[in-house]
Design a protein around this ligand. Sequence first.
Ligand SMILES: O=C(O)C(=O)C[C@]1(C(=O)O)C=C[C@@H](O)C=C1
Length: 114
Amino acid sequence: MMTDVVESSGLAGDRAETNPTEAAAARTGTGDSAAAERIVEIRERIDEIDRTIIALWQERAALSQEVGATRLASGGTRLVLSREREILERFRQALGADGTQLALLLLRAGRGPL
Ligand SMILES: O=C(O)C(=O)C[C@]1(C(=O)O)C=C[C@@H](O)C=C1
């Protein structure tokens, strides 16, 4: 049974260099070829999702910085805490406690640390 993290160096790694089945097992964490195929397929979508998350993260941070700069330049405040509370609550309702942590990181990426 293959339940642990496989070493990517040493014996397993050396075998993987010459044996495609070992190489697939080392990459996917399973020696079952059907499972390995499915894992590779799922990982493609995961990578696509990660790229989208990163792009959206960067877009959101840039927009948030623009809002802040626009407000400051017009004599307004750096922050609007009522708006931050709304966002924290939206993420908490959708994702629970992790949502709150995620929203705190998103807000910090835009407006900087408090
Ligand atoms: O919506 C605003 O007024 C913003 O400045 C953007 C933002 C955010 O990143 O969502 C950032 C700082 C504010 O305190 C509230 C929200």
